[in-house]
Design a protein around this ligand. Structure first.
Ligand SMILES: [Zn+2]
Length: 330
């Protein structure tokens, strides 16, 4: 018996009816599994294994212990979301603005982050948006404004909102049930790459993970007509990230944590690219098979990615804000 301890192995059932045999990769080598694999559900197409035992029996290898498996979960499934109150969403959205300012992504009083509030029976669909006129670094939980889907203020806290800016967000919130949070930026690196003909290049690991998962919306001028809103939502499609050509970036997520973590990856990859190209030196393109492997096997919208964003990445951001500017909670 050989013992293998490893961090992650991907399973893929061949077909819904192929319950007895699964495939896995370990250190680049393919393995066929049967036996316990037969116990997998017919639709167990995507499972992860943290550690385990491989036991070779004749020509078959059987996975024996320590299986942690889960069906691929579409991030944003409302049934899978943690219950969130308006109070919690206010804290998280204020934190997102503060963190964006901390990373230098803000554009004075421009651009918006929005979040959909929990549905209340008999009440219109409601969202939180930044108070128009405040810089990101000034926003607090109580200063966020509650608006309806048209940007009309639902509970007046003394601050105005940029109604025209919100309609872009409402189009995305409406088009995607799993877009609980929509982030839009004019970050200097994101804007720079949005203007490049070839967009995000395969220059670094972060870019490799996300570059084929980004929608592109063509620039149509600063005015956002009804027709453009629809085209923007269509350009986003099923993606969670988007370049607005010659304009900026957008990220969506079921939660603020997931949207922010995706935006972090995009803005970071753009920053790496601008710095790399600024050297003016020839850049190295990774092997095409590696590019394809990273594209296909990382950055997935699954349960583990959502857990990473919600339970590790976002709490780290909050701890940093609590050290630097805890007043965002007011
Ligand atoms: Zn904009």
């Amino acid at each position: 018996m050989a013992h293998f301890e490893f961090s992650a192995v991907r399973f893929c059932a061949g077909s819904p009816s192929d319950t007895g045999i699964c495939g896995a990769k370990l250190d680049g080598k393919s393995f066929a599994f049967s036996g316990i694999a037969a116990a997998f559900q017919a639709d167990a197409r995507d499972c992860s294994v943290r550690r385990g035992w491989l036991n070779q029996v004749g020509t078959r290898r059987i996975m024996k212990t320590s299986l942690i498996m889960s069906k691929q979960e579409e991030v944003g499934d409302p049934q899978a979301l943690p219950a969130q109150t308006e109070e919690q969403l206010r804290l998280d959205l204020a934190a997102a603005y503060r963190a964006a300012a901390m990373f230098g992504w803000d554009d004075m009083i421009g651009t918006h982050f929005t979040v959909r509030l929990p549905a209340t029976e008999g009440q219109p669909e409601a969202f939180l948006i930044n108070p128009f006129g405040l810089m990101f670094e000034e926003i607090t939980a109580s200063s966020l404004v509650k608006v309806d889907v048209e940007g009309n203020i639902l509970s007046d806290n003394g601050y105005p909102v940029n109604k025209a800016g919100f309609v872009v967000h409402s189009a995305v919130h409406r088009a995607r049930e799993n877009a609980g949070c929509v982030l839009h930026l004019h970050g200097r690196f994101g804007v720079a790459v949005s203007a490049l003909e070839d967009g995000l290049l395969p220059l670094n690991q972060t870019a490799l993970i996300i570059r084929d998962k980004i929608g592109v919306h063509e620039y149509e001028g600063p005015a956002v007509s009804l027709g453009e809103r629809e085209r923007m939502a269509k350009a986003l499609g099923a993606h969670d990230l988007m370049f607005l050509r010659n304009h900026g970036t957008m990220a969506v997520g079921a939660t603020i944590a997931e949207a922010f973590q995706r935006m972090y990856q995009l803005e970071r990859a753009c920053e790496y690219q601008v710095y790399t190209l600024a050297t003016g030196l020839p850049w190295h393109r990774p092997d095409e098979a590696v590019i394809a492997d990273v594209r296909d096997n990382y950055g997935r919208r699954d349960k583990h990615a959502a857990q990473y964003a919600r339970q590790l990445f976002w709490p780290a951001i909050l701890r940093k804000l609590d050290r630097l500017c805890p007043e965002y909670r007011h």
